[in-house]
Design a protein around this ligand. Structure first.
Ligand code: NDP
Ligand code: CA
Length: 322
């Protein structure tokens, strides 16, 4: 059967319109590491066949190609060199990969190497100005979580955009570590986005606008979420715009059943500099009915996390020239 269709939703504050010429399409997705899905996660209601890599990889690629993002941020990538890098390169994307220092994939027999974060951008649209591969630390100590930060320059306008991808520490009981990892990432981002002057007449002299995509492994009630939403980087979470009041995160971005029980939670986010960028549209979240009683992953949805997708535009106006 066909996969349920997901609609692009135009927030009520925006007049409905087609993809804005200059808007930048961002996709965020924890694609579920193959070694973890088969060897560690214990998704008891997911049919084994649905986890077969030779089929699952086409569902992941189909979803990416359907929405054709300009920037793609992935977590739990353990098939970068043999799958995503060559295929995305042939489609005109430049990729960067950073493995977790001690990936749990390596504990799984017949693993395909460590999992990590990957960041792809469309080469025809952007040129690369700088890359930082970060190992997140906590109280000066290195942790097992990483981030990639790239400063891109828009070929058409010379405008710069800084993009980050991360995957914070999982599981309950680790809220404090996630918060400190988030603080460390924010500090690095403050330093990276404040560097350098304007590179084009259209660009103001202020900090470089920022997009941070990630599996934060944290509900909106957690400290790390509060840190991001109240940061001096003036970040807002794009998916709040999907709600009727514009203030509420989706009810879930991940939904799975393990032996320990069912877990339905909002863990994934696209943060953006709200006074420099605006959200034009978002890909809606499948309903409970579309997801089905066995939850995720499934024959229709190749990961236990849903992809998030939005179009962002640079805001125009004199306040951007400060
Ligand atoms: P995390 O706790 O961050 O989780 C790693 C992965 O496990 C995530 O991708 C997460 O997915 C998934 N996960 C979350 N909850 C569960 C669950 N209940 N059951 C199964 N999987 C789950 O791991 P760390 O990065 O801190 O790494 C810990 C692992 O790293 C150890 O278990 C060990 O295997 C390995 N390690 C090895 C060392 C060594 O010396 N060899 C040293 C340190 C670590 P999601 O984000 O989607 O929730
Ligand atoms: Ca996972």
């Amino acid at each position: 059967p066909a996969r349920p269709h997901r609609n692009l939703v135009y927030p009520s504050s925006m007049a409905p319109r087609h993809k804005h010429n200059s808007s930048i399409r961002i996709m965020q997705w924890n694609i579920l590491a193959q070694a973890l899905g088969e060897g560690k996660d214990g998704f008891i209601r997911c049919p084994l066949d649905a986890l077969n890599w030779e089929e699952r990889k086409y569902l992941i690629l189909e979803e990416i190609l359907t929405y054709s993002p300009d920037i793609l941020c992935l977590q739990e990538v353990d098939h970068y060199y043999d799958t995503f890098q060559p295929i995305m390169a042939s489609l005109g994307y430049q990729g960067s990969f950073l493995a977790k220092p001690w990936s749990p994939c390596l504990d799984v027999e017949q693993n395909n190497g460590p999992d990590g974060c990957a960041l792809f951008y469309r080469r025809s649209r952007f040129s690369l100005q700088a890359t930082a591969h970060l190992r997140l630390s906590a109280m000066m100590l290195p942790t097992n979580q990483v981030a990639i930060v790239q400063t891109l320059s828009c070929r058409a306008t010379g405008r710069r955009l800084c993009v980050a991808v991360t995957h914070l520490k999982a599981r309950s009981g680790w809220e404090r570590l996630r918060s400190v990892q988030g603080a460390d990432l924010l500090q690095s981002l403050r330093s990276i986005t404040s560097q350098g002057g304007p590179s084009s007449p259209e660009e103001g002299a202020g900090p470089v606008p920022l997009v941070v995509c990630g599996d934060f492994n944290a509900e909106p009630s957690e400290d790390v979420y509060r840190r991001f939403s109240s940061s001096t980087l003036r970040l807002d979470s794009a998916y709040k715009m999907l709600s009727s009041d514009g203030q509420t995160e989706p009810a879930y971005t991940s939904w799975k059943i393990r032996p320990s029980g069912e877990s339905c939670s909002t863990l994934d986010y696209i943060w953006y500099t709200h006074d420099a960028l605006s959200v034009d549209c978002l890909l809606d979240i499948p309903t409970e009915e579309q997801i089905g009683p066995d939850r995720l992953p499934s024959y229709h949805y190749p990961s236990d996390h849903l992809s998030l997708l939005c179009d962002l535009s640079f805001r125009e106006g004199p306040h951007m020239l400060i």
